[in-house]
Design a protein around this ligand. Structure first.
Ligand code: NAD
Length: 474
């Protein structure tokens, strides 16, 4: 373990009296390279009690909170170089992608520092005074997955803190270190207890949701875990926001210029090795352009440099963890056994670590697992359709509804079709253009409950209160 990482881990372990430690694996080697503290029940009680104490003063002064978030954004930008290698070592993504993710985390902190939130005075005249106030909820339990540990943490920390809550944040056990490091960076600019990072295996997440102190759970992860979170939170009616899995369709209309869209479409599916909730996970291409599109995507896939994220020029790293690597392998093997053709890829790379060749699958159809389930890896099935109604019906037929895209030479035609798609965002001629701090992000159906980002995400960390009474002195 490098000394920078050792410092990060031991500093947090001292704060919260960890109950032992667990291994952290570098997915590029498959070897353990560090350990992270395992927080037990007593330490969790202490962390939540500290967060509850901190809430009493943190909730009172919005000016202090905005200044602190500004300082937080500055600190993350200033210390990005320290965070980058930690993120790459445990997550696998290339160093440039790690830097980009950290830049996004800073941008989200800054957005919520600067967001103007107008007061909502409904009536203020000689007759009556009525105002709708958005009060912070208290302590927030924030739980994140391993694909974008820092960016997704900022989607929770920034609005929750801005609204006046305090936060206890738990990263995935596959990627605990970068979040611990982020906690260290932010500790220098936030008052004690306002943000705490706790690390541990999955049961720690369950213990946080069941704990009596937090009033809100903000969860990002799989649909299966999200349902458990919802059930557990229901016990004492904790508020929940759930950002869950996706199986995003891209519908390609016959009038596209295949050569012009192929790169964008490819990266919409393969960015972060396909480990993106809103990656394109299935393509429906009109039958007239299907073969040309398959060829174009396969040509790009075959040129991609897959390597350890620390190697200069690596475009994709390994899959993040062994279970996910096994799942991707299993879904591809299943598809190949059912008649799919791997135009390129189709197998792990022959080297240590969790490397998988970027894979384009042809001769695939709805009803097989790689199409119906979320693959969350570097594999893209490309199907063909005859008419738009068929494409829309197939796009909408899963339980997921995170985002979707429609690609056409005629944007207006695509916008018209977009309203027929059941998902939280539909983008035209790109996929994921709606991921911005100021736009709501959230899934329909089993892809989520509630939204993050923009004022809508902020309001999710508040409770409404109406103040109504006689006219107020001016
Ligand atoms: P996961 O559900 O296995 O784990 C997510 C987090 O939940 C981890 O921190 C884990 O330790 C914790 N956890 C596990 N069991 C828990 C329980 N019973 N109660 C509370 N917390 C528990 O998901 P993952 O494999 O880490 O992430 C991949 C999934 O996340 C994919 O399905 C992906 O689509 C989804 N995701 C969604 C979004 C979004 O914004 N919609 C963003 C990124 C990832």
């Amino acid at each position: 373990m490098s000394s920078a990482i050792a410092d990060i881990v031991s500093a947090d372990a001292l704060d919260f009296a960890a109950d032992g430690a667990f291994d952290v694996i570098n997915p590029a080697t498959g070897e353990v390279f560090a350990q992270a503290p395992q927080i037990g029940d007593k330490a969790l009680d202490l962390v939540f009690a500290t967060a509850q104490d901190a809430f009493q003063s943190w909730r009172r002064d919005e000016g202090v909170r905005r200044a602190a978030l500004r300082a937080a954004a500055d600190a993350v930008e200033k210390r990005a170089d320290e965070l980058v290698p930690v993120l790459t070592a445990e997550q696998g993504k290339p160093l440039n992608d790690a830097l980009e993710e950290i830049g996004a985390a800073a941008a989200w902190l800054r957005y919520y520092a600067e967001l103007e939130v107008p007061r909502e005075v409904i009536q203020d005249d000689a007759v009556a005074y009525q105002e709708v106030v958005r009060k912070p909820l208290g302590v927030v339990a924030a739980i994140t997955p391993w694909n974008f540990p820092l960016a997704l943490a900022s989607w929770k920390i920034a609005p929750a803190l801005r609204a006046g809550n305090t936060v206890v944040l738990k990263p995935s056990p596959f990627t605990p270190l970068a979040t611990l490091a982020l906690g260290q960076v932010l500790r220098d600019v936030l008052p004690d207890g306002v943000l705490s990072v706790v690390t541990g295996r999955d049961p720690l997440g369950a213990a946080m949701v069941a704990h009596p102190v937090p009033r809100k759970v903000s969860f990002t992860g799989s649909t299966a875990t999200g349902k458990k979170v919802a059930a557990s939170a229901a016990d004492d009616l904790k508020r929940v926001t759930l950002e869950l899995g996706g199986n995003d369709p891209a519908i390609i209309l016959p009038d596209v210029d295949v050569a012009a869209i192929a790169q964008d479409l490819f990266w919409s599916a393969f960015r972060n090795n396909g480990q993106v909730c809103l990656a394109v996970k299935r393509v429906y291409a009109h039958e007239s352009i299907h073969a040309e599109l398959v060829d174009a995507l396969a040509t790009i896939a075959a040129t991609i440099k897959v390597d350890d994220g620390v190697v200069a020029g690596a475009q994709l790293g390994p899959i993040n963890n062994r279970p996910q690597f096994a799942r991707v392998s299993e879904l591809v093997t299943d598809a190949l056994g059912r008649g799919a053709r791997a135009v390129t890829g189709g197998a792990p790379l022959d080297r240590p670590g969790y490397f998988y060749a970027p894979t384009i699958l042809d001769h695939v159809d709805d009803g097989i697992r790689i199409v119906d389930e979320e693959q969350f890896g570097p594999v893209l099935p490309v199907m063909s359709y005859r008419d738009e109604a068929d494409a829309l019906a197939r796009a909408n037929r899963t339980n997921y509804g995170l985002t979707a895209s429609i690609w056409s030479g005629d944007a207006e035609r695509a916008f018209a079709l977009a309203t027929e798609v059941d998902s939280g965002q539909v983008t035209i001629n790109s996929h994921g253009a709606g991921v911005r701090p100021n736009l709501p992000f959230g899934g329909h159906k089993w892809s989520g409950l509630g939204v993050e980002n923009g004022p809508w995400g902020l309001y999710g960390f508040t409770e409404l209160q109406v103040l109504a009474g006689p006219p107020r002195r001016k």
